[in-house]
Ligand binder design. Structure first.
Ligand SMILES: NC(=O)c1ccc[n+]([C@@H]2O[C@H](COP(=O)([O-])OP(=O)(O)OC[C@H]3O[C@@H](n4cnc5c(N)ncnc54)[C@H](OP(=O)(O)O)[C@@H]3O)[C@@H](O)[C@H]2O)c1
Length: 305
């Protein structure tokens, strides 16, 4: 495993973060045991940074992770834990209120308390706003961040799925640095390359974290627009590069993401120990600029102008 400091923090994070969104599977005992084995595999191979959200498994994912920590409390000393909140689900079919975003002070404070309780820890290393709340009042958010930091409940703050303008607006009100923007980056969704997100990250020492890095390769990406012809073209190029780099095709995609100078940290969401372990080989590939562009060309179906 390789490690790198998240800028503006003392978090010396594994270059691959382990994502806990899928660790409860269908909430059966078998799937939860599989999830626990996945967490232990990640720890054994050197992942020290774990990504959560209050809504993963409707809170069950944090609870499961908390059980792992309770059984081996020393693990907490070696790891960094990130969680997110701000997506407020409809509480039941009878609930009049729809699923909505909620960055109000009260909701964020309650959400962080809930995460700490489920995880069985005193402090989150990072707290992220999960998706931009269209009704965000940046002064209220800045205030709640101050309260959470002063009370010792959260060390560092970031966002997820924020556009550059939204991140800039929030930064302008915050008294501490905004340290990460967790965004979707994969071969299907390259918005952050094009919309200024990765430029803003480099300019302001914000670390980009990539969710669903294998979308469009291991499974159809969210809002998939690839045609069968696109998929074939990408698959063919990936297969050629996999032979060249002597690895499985999905590792090429991780190397493609890691190549970007913004120092993107991919989040690995597999629950299969062999894949969790194998992912680190992507860090060792000497991936070339030429192959990066060949894959982009395969994705786009045209060469760059
Ligand atoms: N901020 C946000 O809005 C947001 C949104 C989504 C996710 N996230 C975070 O990002 C993390 C990663 O997302 P993700 O789980 O979608 O990431 P991912 O690593 O791209 O995908 C993992 C999924 O792909 C499957 N998979 C992996 N390698 C495969 C292969 N070679 N062939 C076939 N299937 C393969 C895994 O199955 P197996 O488990 O069977 O190996 C698993 O279902 C999440 O855990 C969460 O922490 C954040």
């Amino acid at each position: 495993m390789q490690y790198k400091t998240i800028k503006n923090t003392a978090i010396y994070s594994s270059r691959l973060i382990y994502g806990c969104m899928r660790i409860c599977g269908d909430n059966s005992i078998e799937d939860k045991n599989k999830g626990k084995r996945a967490i232990h595999s990640a720890i054994e191979v050197g992942y020290n940074h774990f990504d959560h959200a209050d809504i993963y498994g409707a809170g069950q994912s944090e609870t499961l992770f908390g059980e792992v920590l309770k059984a081996s409390p020393k693990l907490r000393e070696e790891m960094f834990i990130t969680s997110k909140a701000g997506i407020r689900p409809k509480s039941s079919e009878m609930d009049y209120a729809p699923t909505r975003y909620d960055f109000s002070k009260q909701y964020i404070l309650e959400s962080v308390e809930g995460s700490l309780k489920r995880l069985g820890i005193e402090q989150l290393d990072m707290f992220l706003l999960h998706r931009p709340d269209y009704l965000m009042n940046v002064h209220e958010v800045a205030d709640v961040f101050d309260v959470l930091q002063t009370s010792g409940k959260v060390k560092h703050f970031g966002v997820s799925n924020f556009k550059p303008s939204q991140a800039a607006l929030l930064r302008s009100a915050m008294s501490m640095p905004l340290v990460v923007n967790q965004v979707e980056i994969n071969i299907h969704n390259i918005d952050t390359l094009l919309n200024g997100t990765l430029d803003q990250c480099q300019q302001h020492d914000i670390t980009p974290i990539a969710w669903c890095p294998l979308g469009g390769v291991a499974y159809p990406a969210w809002g998939n627009t690839f045609t069968g012809i696109d998929e074939k073209r990408i698959e063919t190029e990936l297969a050629l590069q996999a032979i060249k780099y002597q690895c499985e095709p999905w590792l090429v995609i991780l190397a493609w993401i890691l190549k970007h100078p913004a120092d993107i940290f991919p989040i690995i969401g597999s629950t299969t120990p062999a894949r969790i372990i194998a992912a680190k080989h992507a860090l060792e590939l000497q991936y070339s600029r030429e192959d990066w562009y060949r894959l982009l060309e395969a994705r786009n179906g045209v060469s760059v102008p």
